[in-house]
Structure formats: structure tokens, C-alpha cells
Design a protein around this ligand. Structure first.
Ligand SMILES: Cc1cc2nc3c(=O)[nH]c(=O)nc-3n(C[C@H](O)[C@H](O)[C@H](O)COP(=O)(O)OP(=O)(O)OC[C@H]3O[C@@H](n4cnc5c(N)ncnc54)[C@H](O)[C@@H]3O)c2cc1C
Ligand code: SF4
Length: 675
């Protein structure tokens, strides 16, 4: 083992066998699936803080067993299979919220380990298509009634040529970790920190207008060879805090932020939706953002949509999971709309959240960064900005360090000076950088907003192959004014399995029917929920607190019930809503009203969120806002923000497109101001 001790391996083996016990037939057990080896590899990739956290969790499950067994020296590793399973169930069904959350975390790690084995993927059907990156021909054959093997054989001839050339070229002006021979010192007009949707669009726009631009990105460049269809690997390598970031406070809510060239655009579903009228009206009325009108922003939306190749998902790559969503909406009186995405040549692989291995998604490594380089801009990857250079009330650039990708090892110093600095390090990264540098206004890092989201699974009596088809191909906007959006979704078999029976033989048997599962999600406005981001000196991770208010819980509950109703409308025989304290499996639409109306609280509702905003809110009044309406940070000169932290509340839409428009507009203002 690279990381796990012999004792830790034993603990994990027992946990793995409790989750996936041995049976005469069917899927492999935890040992045969080599779950321990996978988790060892995952720990090797994880950063030290997260590695310690995971090891602590394994120990807790082992040593905590003493209290359950009523013997102070008892350990889980010595328990028989039945007792081990009973012990884990006591966590799952615990009235204590944090214990249930820990069980979910453990289960996720075990599922990742289990799906790390090719035999599991093959038997479950995840790799049924001859090329999982281009599965549409296979799906068409299945729809004609062919079995998996025959469908795969016939589809093989149709697998399209790979587009490996569609990744960021190694060009002059692009610096990667291997290029650094010593410290880096540079000067420019405009320094942009962070290459996500905010930073990349802004940097390109400024370069277009003749500014000398440097873009600094903490993460590495990812090309096809670095992208895998493994959720555990992707999260550990391409996300901040090894993908284990969660909020604390009222709810423990997982939230992911990318650490890679292109930021969130590389690992998101590429959904492009303009902000809602209500959101823009609230920004004008409640925050004095008078020029945030539909009319004033329209030219910026038009420009970025055209340039980023935004278009509706091609019906040929929707696949059954998305098509059934459309049909389900129709049957319950709702409207489904094909999603608009920034892509060119989607193969319906369902892999958007792993980074598009087909090079079809137009993430910023493919659009934004290459054009910036062509205009003479320079892009420094694997450099983390640590501190603003703050002198006499003015920001003159940043200092930081060169970081080896995936290990966090510091190998050099970096200093960038600039006429002006723009922070586009994301909702967590930007306020943390300000706070670390001594900017202490209370508005910095306050007002964290996000879209709490939830996932519902439903089982049909025929294959759906939820892992194939555009990752998110259709959505329903009918309830957006009430703060609810419904979507079809795919991410990763290990992660999406969290709605199925918790563990044991029941889970294994359910996994054999995984190909029949529909997976759909909903997110809500978060209008009733707020949190904060704080830098804590000496603590390796940001403190992110969040509370979800009752109105948002109600929205999530209503959305869950509606998704359940939709699933039954297209023939689901079972629906898994995942709400604690309510039935875990529904068998008929008659059970939906009880689900919709049951009294529940925020701890009962399963939640996550990847849409975050608000921690550097812009507004006309200095009090209550971190930035002014142009994105300038109050109280300091030559420092701006251009990421979703600027949005004072939910844009009423998936945030990327709104961010592009704001960045596009800001590029014009800044180039004029610093002409
Ligand atoms: C899994 C997932 C799916 C999503 N799907 C969609 C979708 O389909 N549609 C949509 O509209 N939105 C989606 N989102 C949200 C969307 O991706 C984000 O809102 C968007 O990426 C935010 O853009 P940003 O520029 O504000 O920040 P980010 O994209 O987070 O970019 C910030 C960048 O700054 C870098 N950085 C941070 N700190 C530093 C530092 N100190 N020094 C140097 N660099 C630093 C980071 O590594 C990162 O690359 C999704 C998000 C996730 C995680
Ligand atoms: S579904 Fe996403 S990852 Fe797959 S080909 Fe289409 S854009 Fe790329």
C-alpha cells in the first residue's frame, strides 16, 4: 500500500465487505473489487489535510465500535459481518445529523472504490458501449431491441474519430509547471488571477483592446490524456481541497470548485441560461445596480453567446435519460426545453463533469485562453496567488508560489506587478485572498449565496443507461419564478448511486438494475439561505459556513415531489427521494402528496451545491457591499473582482452565462479606465 497502513487496510476491508458482501452470484464483493487498493490510490492523490481527514474517518468507524459493542477495547476490525453491518446502519439511521453525514461520506468513498474496478463497471453496464466517450450508436441499437453485446458489436463500426487535437496547444506564452526553472517575476497592465468563466473572458477582452495581460491560474493545464471517466480521480486532482470541500454551520453541504486551467468551465455541464428578470430587478432595486437591465446587458449576452458557441443540445445526443425527462414534463403538464450549451461536436458521452474527453465542450482552455495567447497575453498555470501587494491603499499586483500539480508541493516564488489587478479566483478564493492580505471590511467574505440542490432517482423496467447522452440535455423552467429549476443530470456512477439502498446485498442487487435508473436533479434559488467565507490564520482550509432557510427546504421538497411525480408518469416502478425520516422508496404516484406535504427540516433534506456567489457582492452603497457596481473593491485602489462572488444574490439561472456577460462588459470599462 502506498498510504494505508496494514491496520487501516484491515479497517477498510471490513467496511468494504459490509457495503458489498460476498454472494454466490452477482457483482464482486468489496475484496474482489479491490476497493482497498483504489482507496489507497485516492489517498495518495489527496492533499495532506484531506488525507488526514479520511484516515481519521476510518479510525472513527473502527474505534467508535467499542461503544456500540459495549466493550472499551472492541474494534470494528474484529467484529463479525453481521455486527459490522449493524454498526454502520446505526450511523445511517442515527437521529444525529453529523453521524448520518459521516456515513454518507464513508459510503461515497466505498462506492468510488467499488466502481474503480472494471468488472463492476462492466457488469453494471457503465462500459457497455464500445466507446463510452461516443455511445450514441450503441444506444440507438438498444432502442431497436438488441441486447448489450449485439448492440455494442453493431455500433463498433460507427464510433466517430477522436478529436484529440481539440485541446489547448503548447504555445508560446503559456507556462506550465515543467517550464519553471526558478522564480517568476513579471509586469503587465492587467493582472487577472483565476482562469474560470470570469477571468478567462475578461482577460481575452482586455487583450483584444490592446492591454498587456497576464492570467495566473493555480491549477494545471488538462489535455485528453489527463482526463479520465473516474469521478474520484477527477475530484481529487481537479478540485480545490481534493474535492472534499463542504460548508459547516447549519448544514454540511458538499460544494466543488475547480482548480484547473479554465476553472469551472472545464468540469461543468456547460449549461448556458440568461439570468431571470426577477433577479436583475432585485439587483437594480436592492443593490443599486442600475445598469444591470436586460436591455443594457443584451449586447454583452449576444456577444458572448455567439463567441462561446452557445447552442441547443442536438436531439441526436440527448439519449433516453434526457428524452424521458421531456416526456415526463409533458405528461404532468410542465414544459421541458433543450438546454443551451457551449459545445461543438458533442458525442453524448455524459462525461461533462469529468472534463470533455472528446474536446467538444468549449471550456476556457479551448476558448478564451488560446485567443488570449494569440493576442500576446501570457498565461501562468500552477501558480497560486497568496497575497496582494498592498501599498498606500493601492494594490500593485500579487505574490504567490509555484505549485506542483496535484501534490501541493511549493517549488518557487512568483511576483506579478501590474497597473491594476483583477481577482477572478472564485467565490471562495477571492475573499480569502483579500482577507489574507489584510483587507478587513466585514462585507468581504460575507453574504455567501448558493443554489442548494438535490437529486432524485427512479427505476424503470427497461434500460435507460443514465450514464449516456448529454450530461444535462433538458431542463424545466416553469417554476423558476418560484425559485425552482428541474434538470436531467449525469455525473458519475459512484456518486449518483447515493440514492440507492444504503449497503449490503440490497445495494449490490440494485446496482445490477442501475442501467434502468433515471437520475434527475433540482436546484433552488437560495433566497432564504446565507453563509460566509473566512480565512483562519494557521488553518489549512477556508472556513465556509452556510445556513439553509425553511423556504428553501420547502422549495427542495416541492421539487423532489415533482420529480417523483414525473418519474411515475413515465413508468417508474420505484422512486428514491432520499429525504431522511420519510419512506426511502416510493412505489406509486399516490405516495407523492405525502412526500410533498410532510413536515421536514433542513437536516432531513439531502443537499449539495455547485452554484456559488455573493461573497464579494457588488452594490451602489459601500455599506453592505464589498465592491462597487464596476467591480472595484471598496476602500482600496486598482483592485477589482470579476467572478461570481460579485453577484449579490442568485442570478435565477445557472451562473456561467451571466458571469460571461458581466466580464465582457467589465472588459470594456477597464480598458477605457486604464487606456
Ligand atoms: C460540477 C459543476 C457543474 C456546474 N455546472 C454548471 C453549468 O452547467 N452551468 C453553469 O452556468 N454553471 C455551472 N456550474 C457553476 C460554474 O461552473 C461556476 O459558477 C463558474 O465556474 C464560476 O466561475 P468563476 O470565474 O467565478 O470561478 P471559477 O470557475 O471557480 O474559477 C476560479 C479560478 O481561479 C483559480 N484560483 C482560485 N484561487 C486562486 C489563487 N489563489 N491563485 C490563482 N488561481 C486561483 C481556480 O483554480 C479557478 O480555476 C457548475 C459548477 C460545478 C462545480
Ligand atoms: S456530453 Fe459533455 S463530455 Fe460528453 S461529448 Fe458532450 S460535451 Fe463532451
Amino acid at each position: 500500500m502506498a498510504v494505508l497502513t496494514a491496520d487501516e487496510s484491515r479497517i477498510l476491508k471490513v467496511l468494504g465487505q459490509a457495503m458489498f458482501p460476498r454472494e454466490a452470484q452477482g457483482l464482486p464483493d468489496g475484496v474482489d473489487a479491490r476497493l482497498v487498493d483504489y482507496v489507497d490510490g485516492l489517498l495518495e492523490m489527496a492533499l495532506p489535510a484531506e488525507r488526514t481527514q479520511l484516515r481519521g474517518m476510518f479510525q472513527l468507524f473502527d474505534r467508535g465500535y467499542a461503544a456500540f459493542a459495549g466493550r472499551p477495547t472492541a474494534r470494528l476490525v474484529e467484529a463479525d459481518a453481521e455486527d459490522a453491518a449493524a454498526w454502520l446502519r446505526s450511523w445511517e439511521e442515527s437521529p444525529v445529523y453529523t453521524r448520518r453525514m459521516l456515513f454518507e461520506a464513508l459510503r461515497s468513498v466505498c462506492l468510488m472504490g467499488y466502481f474503480g474496478h472494471p468488472e463492476v463497471n462492466a457488469q453494471v453496464g457503465v462500459t457497455a458501449a464500445p466507446d463510452p466517450d461516443a455511445p450514441m450508436a450503441f444506444l440507438r441499437r438498444v432502442a431497436q431491441g438488441l441486447g448489450e453485446q449485439e448492440a455494442a458489436e453493431q455500433a463498433r463500426a460507427e464510433v466517430p474519430a477522436q478529436r484529440a487535437d481539440h485541446f489547448v496547444p503548447r504555445t508560446e506564452g503559456l507556462f506550465e509547471f515543467a517550464d519553471y526553472q526558478g522564480d517568476v517575476r513579471e509586469h503587465c497592465d492587467a493582472l487577472v488571477v483565476g482562469s474560470g468563466p470570469g477571468g478567462a473572458i475578461l482577460a481575452w477582452r482586455l487583450a483584444q483592446q490592446g492591454q498587456k495581460v497576464i492570467l495566473v491560474e493555480a491549477g494545471p493545464v488538462m489535455r485528453k490524456e489527463g482526463l479520465t471517466r473516474d469521478g474520484g480521480h477527477t475530484m481529487t486532482r481537479l478540485m480545490w481541497d481534493s474535492g472534499m470541500r463542504t460548508t459547516r454551520g447549519g448544514v454540511i453541504l458538499p460544494t466543488m470548485q475547480a482548480k484547473v486551467l479554465g476553472g469551472g468551465s472545464l468540469i461543468n455541464s456547460a449549461i448556458c441560461l440568461r439570468p431571470s428578470k426577477n433577479a436583475l430587478a432585485s439587483w437594480q432595486e436592492d443593490h443599486g445596480l442600475e445598469d444591470m437591465t436586460e436591455q443594457a446587458l443584451a449586447p454583452h449576452f449576444d456577444a458572448v453567446e455567439a463567441w462561446m458557441g452557445v447552442k441547443p443540445v442536438d436531439p441526436d445526443v440527448q439519449g433516453p435519460r434526457n428524452d424521458l425527462f421531456t416526456e415526463a414534463c409533458r405528461r404532468v403538464g410542465l414544459t421541458a426545453t433543450p438546454i443551451l450549451r457551449n459545445e461543438d461536436g458533442c458525442q453524448g458521452s455524459g462525461g461533462c463533469l469529468f472534463g470533455c474527453r472528446n474536446g467538444a465542450k468549449l471550456s476556457h482552455d479551448r476558448r478564451g485562453v488560446p485567443e488570449l495567447l494569440a493576442l500576446g497575453g501570457r498565461v501562468y498555470t500552477s501558480i497560486v496567488a497568496d497575497k496582494l501587494l498592498l501599498r498606500d491603499g493601492r494594490v500593485a499586483g500579487v505574490e504567490g508560489h509555484i505549485e506542483e500539480p496535484f501534490t501541493g508541493r511549493r517549488t518557487g516564488f512568483a511576483r506579478f506587478t501590474a497597473r491594476y489587478t483583477v481577482l477572478a479566483a472564485g467565490v471562495i478564493g477571492t475573499p480569502i485572498l483579500c482577507q489574507k492580505s489584510g483587507l478587513t471590511r466585514p462585507e468581504i467574505g460575507a453574504n455567501l449565496r448558493l443554489h442548494p440542490s438535490t437529486v432524485v432517482a427512479g427505476e424503470l423496467d427497461q434500460p435507460v443507461y443514465p450514464w449516456y447522452g448529454a450530461a444535462q440535455g433538458v431542463h424545466c423552467l416553469d417554476m423558476l419564478d418560484y425559485g425552482i429549476k428541474l434538470e436531467s443530470l449525469w455525473a458519475d456512477p459512484a456518486l449518483m448511486a447515493f440514492r440507492m439502498p444504503s449497503m449490503g446485498k440490497a445495494l449490490k442487487r440494485q446496482l445490477l438494475r442501475y442501467r434502468n435508473m433515471l437520475i434527475w436533479d433540482a436546484w433552488v434559488s437560495g433566497d432564504d439561505s446565507v453563509g460566509a467565507v473566512r480565512y483562519m490564520p494557521g488553518v489549512p482550509r477556508p472556513a465556509i459556513t452556510f445556513d439553509v432557510g425553511p423556504a428553501d427546504v420547502r422549495r427542495l421538497q416541492h421539487a423532489t415531489a415533482t420529480l417523483a411525480e414525473m418519474m411515475f408518469a413515465v413508468g417508474a416502478t420505484r422512486v428514491y427521494p432520499g429525504i431522511h425520516g420519510l419512506p426511502q422508496v416510493l412505489h406509486s404516484k399516490d405516495e407523492v402528496p405525502a412526500l410533498r406535504n410532510a413536515p421536514i427540516d433542513h437536516h432531513a433534506m439531502p443537499m449539495g451545491s455547485n452554484h456559488v456567489f455573493g461573497s464579494m457582492a457588488m452594490g451602489a452603497e459601500e455599506q453592505g457591499h464589498a465592491c462597487d457596481p464596476t467591480g472595484a473593491v471598496y476602500g482600496v485602489r486598482d483592485l477589482f473582482v470579476c467572478d461570481t462572488s460579485l453577484m449579490p444574490s442568485s442570478p435565477g439561472a445557472n451562473p456561467m452565462l451571466t458571469m460571461w456577460a458581466i466580464a465582457h462588459r467589465m472588459g470594456g470599462h477597464l480598458a477605457e479606465r486604464y487606456a
